[in-house]
Design a protein around this ligand. Structure first.
Ligand code: FAD
Length: 310
């Protein structure tokens, strides 16, 4: 079976790994320069690392543990709130544990799929003025709104995916010239404009100095201020960022911002994947099940199991 997978995030890669292992002909199309999607780490020219997407993830199911194959590390972050599960990270980058899997797959990077057509029982993909081949099955693992844009031909997908909601997230990356006086490495306050603060330098594989932090604006603040440019967003929240880090503006060596338009699922589909009317085009991703890395894995994995059975 020739299968096209759109997206090389963890849902696309988990699906591809199972199907590839069963001997199917898999091609992954990824619009970015690299794999990992929202498992993202920004590297600065002077070698600093900021995990500006997922901060950590938990492992709750056996298939996910097997998929990770011991390639992640624990982040024993000091925090003042309870958490039942260990926090796991990729090192030195969040997506590092995906590289071995990706290495065995056919991934076309910097290839944005813009059009999908169905003709005579086969799917054709196109984009950027080019055609990317003919496939028996297509799997889209982009965020839900982007799946909708690619599947206007399917009333079934439009109506089901239309009920899903994903919130944006403004992320801020900050470097201090002196170690912070803060005891905790992780802090959450869903009620505040800045809902998360994490000491990136306390994660394995990241330089301990100078100290790097990542802060997230709340879904509400991010939604209300979505269309600001990066400079404006930073300027608006800089006083609160300094307060959050117990630092003054002069303590910050550098700071930058990143806007995730589709960051965290707030209303999932409620099923691990969904198909169109033909039963040969599928959509998967975290938004099917929840807001966590493991939800994205499970969605892709369950879809692959379904395809192997059918
Ligand atoms: C700021 C932030 C913080 C988070 N914190 C946590 C956390 O602490 N713990 C946790 O468990 N989860 C967290 N998450 C959520 C977690 O990152 C996601 O659930 C998970 O990474 C989603 O994986 P995915 O494969 O479903 O989607 P993605 O990672 O988004 O992958 C989809 C891929 O599809 C590609 N794509 C999209 N459209 C096209 C197209 N037309 N053509 C080709 N390629 C395309 C994209 O470039 C992307 O690489 C966070 C997310 C964000 C943004």
């Amino acid at each position: 079976m020739r299968v096209a997978i759109i997206g090389a995030g963890i849902s696309g890669l988990s699906c591809a790994k199972v199907l590839n292992g069963a001997g199917h002909d898999i091609t992954i199309f990824e619009k970015s320069r690299g794999i990992g999607g929202r498992l993202a780490t920004r590297r600065t020219p002077d070698g600093l690392r900021f995990d500006h997407g997922a901060q950590f993830f938990t492992i709750r199911t056996e298939p996910f543990r097997e998929f990770l194959a011991g390639e992640t590390l624990k982040w024993p972050a000091r925090r003042d709130f309870a958490q039942n599960n260990d926090w796991h990270i990729g090192a030195p980058d969040m997506k590092s544990f995906l590289r071995t899997i990706a290495g065995s797959l056919n991934i076309q990077l910097e290839t944005r799929i813009e059009a999908i057509t169905f003709d005579d029982g086969l799917w054709r993909l196109g984009g950027q003025g080019a055609e990317f081949g003919v496939f028996d099955r297509v799997i889209i693992t982009a965020p839900s709104v982007q799946v909708q844009a690619l599947t206007e031909f399917s009333p079934r997908l439009q109506s089901h995916i239309g009920a899903v909601h994903m919130a944006p997230c403004w992320t801020f990356m900050l470097t201090l010239n002196n170690p912070s006086v803060l005891d905790q490495d992780a802090y959450r306050n869903p009620q505040a404009n800045l809902a998360w603060r994490g000491r990136n330098s306390s994660k394995a594989g990241r330089a301990a100095t100078p100290e790097c932090w990542v802060a997230h604006a709340s879904p509400q603040w991010s939604t209300e201020n979505l269309e600001l440019d990066k400079e404006q967003a930073l300027q608006m929240l800089l006083p609160e960022i300094c307060q959050l880090l117990d630092a003054s503006i002069d303590d910050l060596i550098c700071f930058s911002a990143h806007r995730w338009r589709y960051a965290k699922v707030t209303k999932p589909l409620g099923a691990p994947f969904i198909s169109d009317e033909t039963g040969t085009l599928f959509a998967a991703g975290d938004w099917c099940l929840g807001a966590r890395v493991e939800d994205a894995f499970t969605s892709g994995y369950e879809l692959a199991q379904h395809l192997l059975k059918s």
